[in-house]
Design a protein around this ligand. Structure first.
Ligand SMILES: NC(=O)c1ccc[n+]([C@@H]2O[C@H](COP(=O)([O-])OP(=O)(O)OC[C@H]3O[C@@H](n4cnc5c(N)ncnc54)[C@H](O)[C@@H]3O)[C@@H](O)[C@H]2O)c1
Length: 466
């Protein structure tokens, strides 16, 4: 080979490897389907008012029966239809209605397809889905196609394909599809959101959230073992919405900002494989094929230069935690393991702490200041509902507030607190984190699920009757 040819080939090699490097550094993109012709974007969408909201509930297992009871405490909400594969679960819920002095609901059971009959009823306005993860998308799409609004448990869908199906159907049918993310109504989170919206934390730059909950005591109670099955076969953050919801609301996601890119990493799985060997007598060979990493972490960067850190761990012997940290240029809020607030002294009014020099952001504010701040910034939703919510219960009251707000907004023709794009953004981590992890923690682009409307509204807000 002459020197000239050698130089030619080595330059070619360098160029090719540079191109290869550039390609590797580029984020992995997933397909964004074109908006179907008959579809219209739904940011800020409100449906016509309705006097009464007639509800059909599908899925009456551990979680569903609580919803039946909660609706009996909400004015102008009527549970008119109940469905579960198991007749005895339907009967149990029917009993709840009668004990609370309500009319009996129509009942559907006995097959895995009976829910379709519920969705076809003319006298149902809202289909409320509390089944396992794999059934959420099919049920939501079918219900909307048959003229119903939908409320669906978390996560709303487990794949991007299903998320896009839900968005396209909601946009085509102009129906709500709200995910039942309750943690955004928790007392600390909603009070902090109010502080954020009043500028107390300055510009919020970083938010954290998680689902850290050792599920060892629960694994045997899910219908057909659906939760263990899904964890067995999938890596990534399978339950991201409790962490994502409060973080995304504080960061105004798709109301002036959007998530651009994420990176995920996980540990190997240890405790669940050991649990399977010990408690289910599964061979070590199959147990260690369990895919979901014991601890997974996802980092997200937004268009406006903010970050979110989300974690998932359902196996380690740790206290329950949703992390929940909001970090701004002038303040900080932390929920777990104990609640704390820290501010630049100027952020705390004289009415609360006249001796400002004693306070600085090197530590949390003292309890008396914390209590006074929590009281002063109590969210209007909590001012109205806290007493009733604590009486009715459901995760300390946040479930009741979630259902109450859903019915209130539907009845008054207001945009719901969470729209179909929230469902998409908070659920999409399940598949996107898997893609990142399976590609050596490569960056993955987070699709703009609004397909261009993320900047139409400038901040997140709850709507009220004027
Ligand atoms: N937001 C929260 O705090 C919270 C808490 C617990 C559970 N969840 C969510 O609630 C959902 C249900 O969880 P769970 O713990 O009640 O599970 P579960 O297994 O106890 O209940 C699911 C129920 O759905 C029924 N079902 C399944 N397929 C059906 C079909 N085709 N037709 C009719 N009924 C069907 C089952 O028979 C079962 O009764 C999940 O999505 C879970 O993630 C949310």
């Amino acid at each position: 080979m002459t020197n000239k040819i050698k130089i030619y080939f080595s330059s070619l090699l360098i160029i090719m490897s540079l191109i290869g490097f550039a390609q590797k550094a580029k984020p992995i993109k997933t397909k964004i389907p074109k908006r179907p012709k008959a579809a219209t974007e739904l940011v800020g969408f409100a449906a016509p008012k309705m006097e009464t909201v007639r509800i059909g509930i599908i899925g009456l297992g551990m979680r569903g029966i609580g919803a039946v009871e909660r609706f009996t405490h909400i004015p102008s909400a009527e549970v008119v239809a109940l469905c579960d594969v198991h007749a005895d679960r339907v009967e149990r819920s029917q009993k709840v209605l009668s004990q609370r002095g309500k009319n009996p609901a129509k009942t559907f059971s006995g097959s895995r397809e009976a829910w379709k009959e519920l969705c076809l009823l003319d006298d149902v306005d809202l289909v409320y889905i509390v089944t396992d993860w794999q059934t959420h998308a099919d049920m939501s799409v079918f219900a909307m196609e048959n003229g119903k609004h939908v409320a669906v448990e978390v996560p709303g869908a487990m794949t991007l394909k299903d998320i896009w199906r839900i968005i396209n159907t909601a946009e085509k049918t102009q129906k709500h599809c709200m995910m039942l993310e309750n943690c955004v109504y928790d007392f600390f989170e909603l009070t902090v959101l109010n502080m954020v919206q009043k500028g107390l934390l300055g510009e919020v730059l970083h938010a954290e959230g998680a689902y850290i909950h050792n599920l060892e005591d629960f694994w045997n109670y899910y219908e057909n073992d659906w939760r263990m099955e899904f964890n067995y076969h999938h890596r990534g953050d399978l339950y991201p919405t409790h962490g994502m919801g409060p973080a995304c609301q504080a960061l105004n996601i798709h109301r002036g900002d959007k998530m651009n890119i994420l990176v995920s990493m996980d540990t190997k799985a240890v405790n669940i494989p050991e649990y399977l060997i010990k408690n289910r007598k599964i061979s070590a060979d199959s147990a260690y094929k369990f895919k979901n990493g014991q601890h997974s972490m996802t980092m997200i960067r937004t268009e406006k230069g903010k970050t979110i850190h989300i974690q998932h761990d359902v196996a380690s012997p740790r206290p329950y935690s949703r992390m929940y940290q909001i970090s701004g240029t002038k303040g900080f809020a932390n929920k777990y393991p104990y609640q704390g607030l820290a501010f630049e002294a100027t952020q705390i009014g004289d009415d609360i702490a006249p001796d400002l020099e004693d306070l600085n952001s090197h530590s949390f504010v003292p309890k008396n200041v914390m209590d006074a701040m929590m009281k002063k910034y109590k969210h209007p939703i909590h001012k109205e509902l806290e007493t009733k919510a604590k009486e009715v219960g459901g995760h300390g009251g946040m479930d009741f507030i979630m259902d109450y707000r859903l019915i209130y907004c539907l009845r008054n023709g207001l945009p719901l607190d969470m729209d179909v794009y929230d469902l998409a953004e908070w659920s999409c981590l399940t598949e996107l984190s898997r893609i990142s992890i399976e590609n050596g923690s490569a960056p993955v682009e987070v699709p703009d699920f609004t397909r261009g409307a993320w900047n139409k509204l400038k901040e997140y807000k709850h709507y009220f009757v004027e």
